[in-house]
Design a protein around this ligand. Sequence first.
Ligand code: HEC
Length: 148
Amino acid sequence: MSDTFTKEMARNIYYGGGFAAFLLLLGLTFDTMRVLPERDHRENITPSVAHGKGLWEKNNCVGCHTIMGEGAYFAPELANVYDRYGNGSEEAFKSYLQGWMAAQPLQIQGRRKMPQFNLTSEEVDNLADFLIWTSRINDNDWPPNKQG
Ligand code: HEC
């Protein structure tokens, strides 16, 4: 073996490494697409969940909140807000969210404010259904603690 590093060796490492990384990317992409349906339980996306997702986007909740770690870090993570306040009951969570959305903005000095969105109670239920569905996605227990 020669003890000089030739251009040819560098080229082989470049193409070989690039090709190996590309194969790895393809493999991981296929694996992700394969496991997604059983992780996100897409069979449970009702029209209300879909409508809630639309409201989530239209009102730019993600401009302040994170959901599964994605979004803005101004306000609490909401992928697990159902676990925080629902106590396992969808009804309890819906009445909590109705109360919370109606009470904004809280007039508490020194606390960050959330705007009033003037949503109908049906729309708030749609948002609740979306957040309940999101909380059941298998996201490897993200965030690591309940307070998110
Ligand atoms: C302008 C920024 C902003 C936007 C936009 C926003 N929020 Fe908030 N939200 C906040 C802040 C700040 C808090 C924390 C307020 C507090 O604790 O007093 C909060 C708290 C919450 C909580 C309670 C979370 C907890 O763990 O206590 C829920 C639920 C919530 N927001 C839902 C929503 C939804 C749904 C939307 C979209 C319709 C939304 N937020 C849009 C700023 C925002």
